[in-house]
Write a protein that binds this ligand. Structure first.
Ligand SMILES: C[S@@+](CC[C@H](N)C(=O)[O-])C[C@H]1O[C@@H](n2cnc3c(N)ncnc32)[C@H](O)[C@@H]1O
Length: 374
């Protein structure tokens, strides 16, 4: 893993692909120049790994955290422009510090006073939706916003997991019981250091693009690549596992969201009824299929606590066939009978213990073509 590109670990994200999985699919099903797409792109592993292999690559995700991180990797600015902007932000902060008010007692316990003022300033001033440099700085900030600050001088928060944001009341209690105080971090220095660290390997030579959108609107979000996508490598939210908005609430707050966890913000993140789940996937495929070239391949990594490999294979195959049927009758042929792998222990722990005992996931691949195989 020593030659892992440093952008891959910019910010952790649930159920993220190992990049070797994406690399294998890209090398198996495409040649340089072929277009790759991911309608549930998360932190952008498919998009960025494909770009590293010279495949133009695009993605959508409904979650702003995903769109920010994946977008930052897909269209990375130069390190010089990032430094210039951090210096400029620091200068305006120093000359005109805003009066910062902690949004709630949680923030006072989570961040040291001066550290919080710098974070609030960045939250206010970074135009991450409109500017690539600001988006990269926002993604860097998301990567250090919370974490194990007793182990890393880069984590800005009181002690927290780096993967998920713990709930406010629970966190306050946990810190109080242990007498833990938030550390003073000089946020602009941390950002310069982490930017230097991330750029120790050159970025991808070609640029991709990520938009914040519903998978159902994939084709509408990228009309410029309709009919051109050769490969889709994706992993939809699993049945009854996590709620991405709730578990990422602090990062969502930094990007402009509410200063508390919002439950069920995106209903697709946690379907509990199987019929609705397959319906959702069918609608998502229907949004993606117009992007595909003839003989395109879709690779789906999927799991689910209560579903066997056969259940999942049948469900994915049928949802794809239903969607493909209505697009000029494309045929859907499985390419192999599915590959099963274990979910990494850290990821299993991250799933909600009460509802999920998923510890394996399955990869299914399909070829979609206009001429049914003989
Ligand atoms: C299993 S994760 C994908 C992780 C990704 N493979 C990675 O390496 O980071 C599923 C993603 O689907 C997104 N999602 C859920 N509902 C969606 C929808 N309707 N449209 C687009 N994205 C959606 C979630 O925000 C989450 O990022």
């Amino acid at each position: 893993m020593s030659n892992r590109h440093p952008f891959h670990s910019l910010c952790p994200y649930f159920a993220m692909f190992p990049e070797e999985f994406v690399e294998h699919q890209v090398l198996t099903y495409t040649t340089p120049g072929d277009v790759v797409f991911d309608p549930f792109c998360g932190r952008g592993t498919t998009v960025f790994e494909s770009l590293l292999h010279g495949r133009p690559s695009y993605g959508v995700d409904i979650n702003p955290v995903a769109a920010c991180i994946a977008g930052a990797k897909a269209e990375a600015p130069s390190l010089q422009s990032i430094f210039r902007r951090i210096n400029e932000l620091e200068e305006s902060f120093t000359s005109d510090p805003i009066l910062s008010v902690a949004p709630s007692p949680f923030f006072e316990a989570c961040y040291e006073r001066n550290t919080l003022a710098e974070i609030l300033f960045l939250r206010e001033h970074l135009q991450w939706r409109h500017d690539q440099v600001d988006r990269f700085i926002a993604a860097l900030t998301l990567g250090v916003l919370h974490g194990e600050s007793h182990r890393s001088d880069y984590c800005l928060s009181n002690r927290m997991p780096r993967t998920i944001s713990t709930k406010p009341d629970y966190s306050i209690r946990w810190w109080a019981e242990r007498g833990l105080q938030p550390p003073r971090r000089r946020v602009f220095d941390v950002l310069r250091n982490t930017a230097t660290f991330r750029f120790r390997a050159p970025s991808a030579e070609i640029r991709g693009m990520v938009r914040q959108a519903d998978a159902r609107d994939s084709a509408a979000s990228f009309p410029e690549i309709c009919g051109k996508v050769r490969l889709v490598v994706t992993s939809p939210p699993y049945l009854d596992t996590t709620d991405y908005a709730e578990d990422q609430w602090l990062r969502l707050w930094f990007l402009g969201g509410a200063p508390f966890p919002e439950l069920r913000k995106n209903p697709d993140d946690r379907h509990t009824r199987i019929d609705r789940y397959w319906q959702f996937l069918c609608e998502a495929w229907a949004g993606v299929i117009p992007l595909l070239s003839d003989h395109a391949v879709i690779v789906v990594r999927i799991g689910g606590a209560k579903l066997t490999k056969d259940d999942l294979f049948r469900g994915v195959t049928q949802s794809l066939r239903d969607a493909a049927e209505s697009d000029h009758g494309r045929s859907v042929q499985p390419v192999h009978e599915g590959v099963t792998s274990s979910i990494r222990p850290r990821e299993v722990r991250a799933f909600r213990p009460a509802t999920s005992r998923a510890n394996v996931e399955h990869d299914f691949a399909y070829e979609l073509s206009y001429c049914p195989a003989a």
